[in-house]
Design a protein around this ligand. Structure first.
Ligand code: N2P
Length: 365
């Protein structure tokens, strides 16, 4: 048995990791970028002697392609509950979680468990990890310079109104690189149901996107964090915590860039990201240990304190730094929560039409 030396972790490995199911003390994790605390993995390794290979991805589509083709080699992955994990569960991608190995499960917020049970009936396959909403990240100075001092910054018009987008194009607009986020936002901007599966509505959303396409500098799932922080982008459709990380990076750099995040008045998508164990995970027992480790209030509070995404662990809330716990951009108050919607799986024909439209949009054809 080969174990990375990790102080007392070595002893823990010999005593616990190896005999449990006879598994090698290894664990392969696939998570989103900027979505864990710097010491989460080292502390887990030191405590258990399990050596972690930690890979990052930036989107549900990439994860789904790996999972659906089988033998991803991962033990723990982090899909969004809906629609992604829902359809992956239907395809038999995940093991049922053995709750007897997850004493920390009791810490989870029942409202969140109930919400994700629409995607994962009876909460059998996934443990909610962190959640986010998709809104507007913007550079206060640049946006006001381009649009005027009193210009509203809480509307998706900032991105989808061509007259506004044209003015903001020189300082840079970026969109998330996924049709699953961008089309619902465009539908919401038009006052249509963001979860509409009507192909006529899809055409209307496409028409909006086509008009602003010339003003989009980038389609990217995470580059906007550094770009906003560096003053190289003035508006991004992005994930709440990522935009706040951009704000924090700018403050740390002391570069006078002020970044803010808004949940648009038209509404925003809420995503609950889940910890799942693939059916063919090579180290499922170690995966359960990792999931339970992340269910500890002090561990997940550290994650929230590092990445500014809210977690669904009730006793962890008291351990989250007050400036994060009380930041409405991180833990939105009730009147903002009412504007959040959760996406649902779409019929395959709609998905195909949306993917085709997306390819056309990006290639500019
Ligand atoms: C992490 C982004 C995760 C949020 N950088 C997506 N739900």
């Amino acid at each position: 048995m080969k174990v990375r030396w990790a102080g007392i972790g070595l002893l823990a490995a010999v005593i616990t990791a190896s005999p449990a199911g006879g598994e090698e003390p290894r664990l392969n994790v696939y998570n989103w970028s900027d979505y864990i605390a710097p010491d989460t993995i080292p502390k887990f390794e030191a405590e258990t002697g399990i050596r972690v290979t930690y890979d990052v991805c930036d989107g549900n589509e990439v994860l789904e392609a790996k999972l659906m083709s089988g033998r991803s080699g991962y033990d723990v992955v982090v899909p969004s509950a809906s629609p992604f994990m829902a359809r992956q569960i239907a395809a038999g991608v995940y093991r049922v979680l053995d709750k007897s190995k997850l004493p920390g499960w009791r810490n989870l917020d029942h409202h969140i468990l109930e919400m994700v049970s629409a995607a994962d009936p009876d909460n059998k396959h996934g443990s909610p990890y962190l959640w986010s909403d998709t809104g507007i990240g913007y550079n206060e100075t640049q946006v006001h310079a381009a649009l005027g001092e009193g210009a509203p910054v809480d509307s998706l018009a900032l991105i989808f109104d061509p007259a506004v987008a044209e003015k903001l194009a020189p300082c840079g607009i970026s969109l998330l690189d996924t049709p699953q986020e961008v089309f619902p936002a465009a539908l919401g901007y038009l006052g249509l149901d963001p979860k509409s599966r009507d192909l006529g509505d899809l055409d209307k959303a496409f028409a909006v996107l086509e008009k602003i396409r010339p003003y989009i500098r980038k389609f990217h799932p995470s580059q906007y964090i550094n770009d906003l922080a560096g003053g190289d982008l003035c508006v991004a459709l992005g994930y709440s915590g990522d935009v706040i990380q951009a704000r924090n990076r700018a403050r740390e750099a002391g570069n006078k860039v002020e970044i803010a995040f808004r949940v648009p008045k038209e509404g925003a998508m809420m995503s609950i990201d889940m910890l799942g164990i693939p059916a063919d995970a090579p180290h499922p027992e170690n995966a359960l240990r990792f999931v339970d480790y992340l269910l500890r209030p002090e561990v997940i509070a550290d994650v929230t304190n590092a990445v500014w995404y809210p977690n669904p662990n009730l006793p962890a809330t008291a351990l989250v730094k007050p400036e994060i716990r009380n930041d409405p951009a991180v833990y939105p108050p009730e009147e903002i929560r009412r504007r959040l919607y959760v996406d649902l799986p779409a019929p395959a024909a709609y998905e195909r039409a949306r993917t085709r439209a997306w390819t056309r949009l990006k290639s500019g054809r």
